[in-house]
Design a protein around this ligand. Structure first.
Ligand SMILES: Cc1ncc(COP(=O)(O)O)c(C=O)c1O
Length: 328
């Protein structure tokens, strides 16, 4: 494995902390709950993309790029963190966002603008097309764009979560803490792919459960194949002699409600409970939904008393402010 030799641009405050959710664990009466605070990675209000971007920006700089180009939803955390990473690396940033430009930017979008990103607007279905067109235009203008796919989920980006999982395993060893399950939000797959690969490398014995925030059971096969493919691409990138298949990828479905980014009681209850018992803020799109799923699994008795479950907080909190109406 040559992970230490790969191009990397440091962006994150690491390691992120692990905390015990004592009041919540007691109240729920199920497994002991821990949380890993990747909402505190330090780059422009934090989140999981910081770890991915260390390797993506590292590669962009190595290739002599002058502009980062990526795409996502109007409230994309990935876009906000890419804009921040570009600012720190001295690169320009162009974002392709789906939907209508609002009159007044809020949440992540406000931060995109403050961070100096240039935003282009299009339909959600047009994002991939625009993501191939814009770099051509930038090249024609003499720029050197580096394109980051949606969510930064490829073998390079997933490397950040290989290291994150190795970091976690090391922290757990140091405090002699067993973790039986890790639960987190899964969407474009790079986080899960990196974690599964990192868990293999670190010989972590617990199980990983990615709660899908945007796919239902019908998309199971395609999504799990995609995650396995990103993991294998990543294994090759870091020089690990490991191959993963769909049976190694555990995704939990059934919590997408009315669809991606549409807040329901599941997220509302999860956000309030975490805030009021532990003083920790979740987001409405990813971590609120994933933690809502975890609460449901605990209530259904999926995890046993005496087991330990770690909820991996992947960030996203700036989106809260764009959801004031749904949450207040
Ligand atoms: C806050 C947050 N959590 C989790 C995820 C899911 O990560 P991934 O897309 O790597 O599956 C995202 C992705 O956008 C996110 O913004």
């Amino acid at each position: 494995m040559h992970i230490e030799m790969l191009p990397r641009f440091r962006l994150a405050q690491l390691p992120t902390s692990i905390e015990r959710l004592e009041r919540l664990s007691r109240e729920l009466g199920g497994p002991e709950l821990l949380i890993k605070r990747d909402d505190q990675t330090g780059l422009a209000l934090g989140g999981n993309k910081t770890r991915k971007l260390e390797f993506l920006v590292g590669q962009a700089l190595e290739q002599g790029a002058d502009t980062l180009v990526t795409a996502g939803a109007a409230q994309s955390n990935h876009c906000r963190q890419t804009a921040a990473a570009a600012a720190k690396a001295g690169l320009k940033c162009e974002l392709i966002l789906s939907g209508q430009k609002p009159e007044l930017p809020n949440g992540n979008l406000l931060l995109d603008e403050l961070l100096g990103a240039k935003c282009h607007w299009t339909e959600r279905s047009e994002l991939p097309v625009e993501l191939s067109k814009l770099p051509e235009q930038l090249c024609a203008q003499g720029h050197k764009p580096y394109v980051i796919g949606i969510g930064g989920s490829n073998g390079v980006g997933a490397t950040g979560y290989v290291l994150a999982t190795m970091e976690l395993a090391e922290q757990l060893r140091a405090i002699q803490q067993r973790v039986d399950h890790i639960v987190f939000a899964s969407s474009s797959g790079g986080t899960q792919a990196g974690m599964v690969l990192g868990a293999r490398i670190a010989e972590f014995a617990g199980r990983l459960h990615g709660v899908s925030v945007d796919k239902d059971d019908l998309e199971r096969e395609a999504y799990e194949e995609e995650v396995a493919q990103i993991a294998n691409e990543c294994a090759q990138y870091i020089g690990a002699d490991i191959r993963l298949a769909t049976q190694h990828i555990k995704v939990v479905y059934g919590y997408t409600g009315e669809g991606y980014g549409i807040v329901s009681n599941l997220e509302r209850e999860a956000i309030r409970l975490m805030a009021r018992r532990e003083g920790i803020i979740l987001d409405p799109v990813y971590t609120g939904r994933a933690f809502g799923g975890l609460l449901d699994l605990i209530r259904k008795g999926v995890f046993k008393r005496g087991e330990t479950v770690l909820f991996w907080h992947t960030g996203g909190t700036p989106a809260l402010f764009a959801y004031a109406q749904e949450l207040a």
